[in-house]
Design a binder for this molecule. Sequence first.
Ligand SMILES: C[S@@+](CC[C@H](N)C(=O)[O-])C[C@H]1O[C@@H](n2cnc3c(N)ncnc32)[C@H](O)[C@@H]1O
Length: 190
Amino acid sequence: MEWFGILDPMEVATLMFFALVTLVLLFLALSALVSVLGGAQFVRTPVELCFPLILELADLSPGDRFVELGSGTGNLLRYIQEQTGCHVHGVELSPLLAVRSWWKNRRNPYVTTELNHILRIDLGNADVVYCYLLPKFMAKLEHKLVREAKAGLRVISYAFPLPHQAPARVIPATSRRAALYLYIFEGRSA
Ligand SMILES: C[S@@+](CC[C@H](N)C(=O)[O-])C[C@H]1O[C@@H](n2cnc3c(N)ncnc32)[C@H](O)[C@@H]1O
């Protein structure tokens, strides 16, 4: 092409390098922005302090389906799958985090990650749902759960309660972690 004649190979390589860096930075910025606009920026649930408690609250039986809403990098998905053998599914809006989760768990067919918005998925066949989202999103989620939850669905939320549901159990906050809330749904409202 003509511009290859104008630019020397070093200039072409430099331009391509900066174009690539710009694309990567845009992808990272977009991924972070999407999380914030979607309902919660990425902050991890503390692993040692919370994962065993979540496992206990989930009380999974063989064949149960565990769904994490806003599954981040997929650490909890892997932990729950390895501890229980159940099928675990993550829903994540940020492309970067969804790709990381998929890559990390790609060899385990019982761990799946979906790039999607929480409010766009069907929760009707979930047995246990876990989330760590922001308060303003919890009301929307509650509305969805009331419509879609099957009888006996267990919902575990880290740090923020569902606004209008009475928890079946609360593990109180300590100085090192927030509270965990467990809800058990009676079934679809209509
Ligand atoms: C506070 S972080 C929790 C991450 C992970 N669940 C954990 O506990 O370590 C919230 C996650 O939800 C994702 N998220 C925010 N809004 C979302 C939406 N509407 N749909 C799907 N994921 C969303 C964010 O990208 C982020 O990864």
